[in-house]
Write a protein that binds this ligand. Structure first.
Ligand SMILES: C[S@@+](CC[C@H](N)C(=O)[O-])C[C@H]1O[C@@H](n2cnc3c(N)ncnc32)[C@H](O)[C@@H]1O
Length: 221
């Protein structure tokens, strides 16, 4: 037993990634096609997808909302962890990304379980009803994460999951002068998340750092 976590190195990540449930050929083809169409390779890692799928299954999630569709990779992964009749509502602001995602979602095994909503994350989230989701995944513009979180605290039911990507600010969390313009917004979001008493929360050091929060109906004690 150990009271403190072991340091995780690149070697550990390669080790765990090699032993995690792997992505399938369809997802590999989707990524190849996205690259060849000039879509940036900023989808989640397969091991992060596996963790999120496990969490969604444990939460018995049926209704999921995602901000940031890109090529549809994470939406397809999450939809695969839902029961028949479940649905991922994924929001995307860039029409070319939404077009690509819709095309590949239609070819996927979970085409009936995903709806792509075009528009700004904040505006689309505002249309959904209170407590209508079992889980949310934030993976879009980092400057809006604090606003997205406040919307998700309204939209996700008690006991549901709120996940957010890039807690490690693209690897620049501790840089004195981060080159990524979104790094300061991530730091502000991380500090804000740490004040939300009605979320039991943790940053899991997988991918670029995954925030996982469980929404509670009272402050966590
Ligand atoms: C990191 S990518 C999402 C990756 C995707 N979740 C995956 O893992 O497969 C971020 C996406 O958010 C979109 N985006 C950026 N700002 C947005 C906004 N205000 N509202 C909705 N989508 C936005 C970008 O166009 C981009 O496609």
């Amino acid at each position: 037993m150990s009271e403190q976590s072991s340091s995780v190195t690149r070697e550990h990540f390669a080790y765990l990634a090699a032993r995690t449930t792997q992505e399938d050929d369809f997802l590999r083809e989707l990524k190849d096609a996205a690259r060849s169409e000039g879509i940036p390779s900023i989808w989640i890692a397969p091991e992060q997808a596996a963790l999120m799928q496990i969490l969604l299954r444990l939460a018995m999630a049926r209704e999921v909302v995602e901000v940031g569709t890109l090529a549809g990779y994470s939406a397809i992964c999450m939809a695969r962890a839902l029961p028949p009749g479940g649905r991922v509502h994924t929001i995307e602001i860039v029409p070319a990304h939404a077009d690509f995602a819709e095309k590949w979602i239609a070819r996927s095994d979970v085409s009936e379980r995903i709806t792509v909503h075009r528009g700004k994350g904040n505006e689309v989230l505002a249309r959904f009803a209170e407590n209508s989701f079992d889980a949310a995944f934030l993976d879009a513009d980092k400057k809006s994460y604090i606003d997205y979180l406040s919307q998700c605290l309204r939209l996700v039911r008690n006991g549901g999951l709120i996940m957010a990507d890039n807690a490690f600010a693209f690897g620049q969390l501790f840089d004195d002068q981060p080159t990524d313009p979104e790094a300061p917004a991530i730091r502000a979001f991380n500090d804000h998340m740490a004040t939300i008493e009605t979320l039991q929360r943790i940053i899991v050091p997988i991918g670029d750092g995954l925030w996982i929060g469980v929404k509670l109906n009272r402050a966590f004690a």
